[in-house]
Design a protein around this ligand. Structure first.
Ligand SMILES: C[S@@+](CC[C@H](N)C(=O)[O-])C[C@H]1O[C@@H](n2cnc3c(N)ncnc32)[C@H](O)[C@@H]1O
Length: 236
């Protein structure tokens, strides 16, 4: 088995991929990092303006971001359609051992929700809660054609550039930029200078934000409304 469960400093678990020598989350705190980067800097930011959200995640992995999104969608009235790409699904004998529901407190609600995330069929939308539907796609980002798709928010959570450099280069980021609606937001834990330059090069407004515990910075990138309008009128 290529994956092992490891504890992180906030008490929540993560996975370690032995082949890549990478963890799925920050060792300083998996839940802490995901809440900071994806929920606070991403979902909450978008929820200030919109309540029906089309969301794309790159890398379903443990399902932690999806579970935290369900948690937040129970606090703020909204409707979320969540598409997540995952070419290498984590086996259920491993996800069954990830105690994220306990970390979030209300185990009676989050345990079944977490189970439903991982039991959901691939390649079709499934309702996980009243206001959260999930589409799991077993594809790489390169193979995801995204035709007719437009997202308000992208959780960009692949392995880092040292492991998967192509995912952080301009052609891939240009594809993500095209998938965003005007005003759409991409959020990621990565704060590398070259990645921020690449995001700018594909036309996004890049903001360096304070990072989660253990990391100085993270990155949020927003698709300008004006650029989006020009693109829309060109393709119209
Ligand atoms: C850093 S982990 C984070 C996963 C997840 N968001 C979580 O909270 O557990 C990166 C994930 O990206 C997936 N991945 C690897 N290559 C990918 C690709 N080319 N396209 C999309 N996802 C990929 C991995 O299998 C892994 O599950």
């Amino acid at each position: 088995m290529n994956l092992e469960i490891r504890p992180t400093r906030d008490g929540s678990p993560t996975l370690y991929n032995r082949q890549l020598g990478k963890t799925y989350h920050s060792v300083h705190g998996a839940v802490q990092e995901s809440v900071h980067v994806y929920i606070r800097a991403g979902l909450d930011f978008v929820l200030e303006r919109k309540r029906r959200i089309n969301l794309l995640e790159i890398g379903l992995g443990t399902g932690l971001n999806a579970l935290l999104t369900i948690q937040q969608s129970g606090r703020v009235p909204c409707e979320i359609r969540y598409t997540s790409l995952e070419p290498c699904p984590v086996p259920t004998e491993i996800t069954d051992q990830l105690d994220y529901a306990q970390c979030l407190g209300e185990t009676a609600f989050f345990q079944p929700a977490f189970h439903r995330i991982h039991q959901a069929s691939w390649e079709q939308f499934q309702k996980i809660t009243e206001n959260f539907s999930l589409l799991k796609r077993q594809v790489t980002l390169a193979d995801f054609n995204g035709k007719d798709c437009a997202y308000d928010l992208i959780y960009f959570d692949p392995f880092p550039p040292s492991a998967h450099p192509d995912l952080w280069e301009e052609p891939t980021l240009a594809k993500l930029s095209r998938l965003l609606v005007p005003g759409g937001v991409l959020t990621t834990y990565c704060s590398k200078g070259q990645v921020k330059r690449n995001l700018r090069a594909v036309g996004l407004d890049v903001q360096a934000l304070p990072g989660p515990p253990g990391k100085r910075e993270m990155t949020r990138a927003v698709k300008p409304e004006a650029v989006g309008n020009q693109q829309l009128s060109k393709s119209a």
